[in-house]
Design a protein around this ligand. Structure first.
Ligand code: SF4
Length: 507
């Protein structure tokens, strides 16, 4: 049975060869992965720092006219307030109605855990449909109902006949995967199972037009448009400015662009099958759905690193252009854009030269960014990827060739990061959001690897990133002052050890 036919999606820990514990250097990283020794590594001490449910929630909350039902104890919804404000601003920046995300909780208590929570889930589904009239209801299945064995699939199936909305469920108990990126597969699986990806006759198009032998022009037009349409898959870590920049570059190749699946809607998702090519901006995020769309609709896909840094953008854009026979056009666009970027960066580059930078975050993004920072003349003294899987192999092969001596770790662990900071004393840290409070407490300046406030991808992204780097390198009094007033929660003995001393051989 295909994984897409299964009731619940597999977690990445079983779907892919994946690892979250490694320490070595650029030159032997990929070899270690190819030989399999990397995937045997583990930690004797490990701190959980994220729940995969939260990432699925992040994606579902962006879908227009939807309601989220957390089938959970009330505490699982604690993140909804911050998440809702991010989603609101994301909608606003994309020109969508910024109706705040509607979410409900089944508020599971002791009696639900003992007797089952299906009854309250049914009541909540009917209430959500009647009260809010959404287009889609996402039931988010958390740890508690998964442990007690609530049959959410059956509840969703039977209730779909009693309500007007489309309904699906996201199976994402936080305990089930150590790799939070499993959340992306869970969200896409929920769409694949219950949301329509094909245009609806007499709603989205008139089938009589295509059947009419005197209307050949309509069919030719349709085929022409579909043949130059690209589906671009976005992510929470890709902000509206990034989307605008990438659409700008693809439009310059004379391609139509449809963006899925965040900030989309039931009506828009019916056009997912209407494209010549699916393009990912981040393979960690999208490989699950792109492989499905190829299997189901025969739409090929391109997963090619990320459009970060001049070399990365060129490679990414040319790979898409080559599908449409437009490589030369893409090369010319890149030549022109690089010239403009070089002129704009001139004033900042002297401030960056030779500065020592430590990088941490998503597996593909940090590798692409490390190469970009080297291009800019910075000294990359370490790269920490949140996890590693074989999908990132080609990016790390290139990184290993360009930066063979750079220490490379696979880690989300804060205690390891703080230790590495103290040991390596970088000038600046580029890290995933969520770590910057702790970095500031150690006294080091840092900037976000991505965030909603400014562009990161494409040429505009590189310009904004460099400008921010130069500013932070010059203005780091805040973290210096803060660190003098804060006592870190680590013993002195921890700093005498190697940051990755808890990583051990063999699972
Ligand atoms: S780990 Fe489980 S219990 Fe904790 S927030 Fe996530 S889904 Fe809820």
């Amino acid at each position: 049975m295909s994984i897409y036919e299964q009731q619940d999606p597999p977690v990445r820990d079983t779907r892919l060869s994946i690892v979250d514990s490694y320490s070595g250097c650029g030159c032997d990283f990929v070899n270690c992965a190819k030989e399999g020794c990397m995937f045997k590594k583990d930690r004797s001490f490990w701190q959980a720092n994220a729940c995969q449910m939260s990432l699925s929630l992040m994606m579902a909350a962006t879908v227009e006219n939807s309601v989220i039902i957390l089938h959970a104890p009330i505490g699982c919804g604690v993140q909804m307030s911050t998440l809702a404000s991010n989603t609101d601003s994301g909608k606003l920046k994309r020109g969508l109605d910024n109706n705040s995300v509607v979410w409900l909780s089944t508020n599971m208590k002791k009696q639900d855990i003992i007797g089952g929570g299906e009854k309250s889930l049914r009541e909540t589904i009917r209430y959500a449909d009647k009260e809010f009239r959404p287009e889609i209801i996402f039931v988010v299945v958390t740890c508690a109902p998964s442990i007690i064995g609530d049959d959410v699939g059956e509840v969703v199936k039977s209730e779909s006949e009693n309500i007007a909305a489309d309904i699906t469920y996201i199976h994402c108990p936080g305990f089930k995967s150590r790799v939070v990126a499993s959340a992306y597969d869970s969200f896409y699986h929920s769409l694949i199972k219950h949301i329509q990806f094909e245009p609806e006759p007499y709603v989205d198009y008139n089938p009589d037009d295509f059947a009419n032998p005197y209307n050949r022009g309509g069919l030719v037009n349709y085929q022409y448009n579909k043949g130059r349409t690209v589906n671009l898959f976005n992510a929470t870590s890709i902000n509206p400015d990034d989307e605008a920049e990438i659409v700008r570059l693809l439009n310059a190749l004379d391609l139509n662009v449809q963006i899925f699946a965040e900030y989309s809607s039931r009506d828009k998702m019916r056009f997912i099958s209407e494209a010549a090519l699916n393009v990912s901006m981040c393979n960690v995020h999208d490989d699950y759905i792109l492989k499905y769309l190829e299997e189901k609709y025969g739409i090929p896909y391109i997963i090619q690193g990320m459009p970060l840094g001049k070399a990365g953008i060129r490679k990414w854009l040319v790979s898409i252009a080559s599908f449409f026979g437009k490589e030369e056009m893409a090369e010319r666009i890149c030549d022109y854009e690089e010239k403009r970027l070089d002129a704009a960066l001139e004033e900042f580059l002297p401030k960056l030269q030779g500065k020592r930078v430590l990088l941490g975050g998503g597996v593909v993004r940090v590798a692409e960014e490390a190469r970009m920072l080297r291009e800019l003349g910075m000294d990359v003294i370490g790269v920490r990827a949140y996890h590693y899987d074989n999908g990132a192999e080609s990016v790390y092969e290139e990184l290993g060739e360009e930066l063979p001596d750079v220490p490379l770790a696979v880690s989300t662990q804060l205690f390891e990061l703080v230790n590495q900071l103290k040991k390596t004393d970088p000038d600046i840290i580029v890290e995933h959001p969520g770590k910057h409070g702790w970095i500031a407490k150690t006294g080091y300046p840092s900037i976000c690897l991505f965030g909603p406030g400014r562009p990161f991808l494409g040429y505009i992204g590189e310009y904004a990133f460099v400008r921010n780097l130069a500013f932070q390198l010059e203005n780091h009094a805040f973290s210096k002052k803060l660190s003098k007033k804060i006592k870190l929660p680590y013993k002195k003995e921890w700093f005498d050890k190697d940051p990755y001393s808890y990583i051990k051989e063999g699972k």
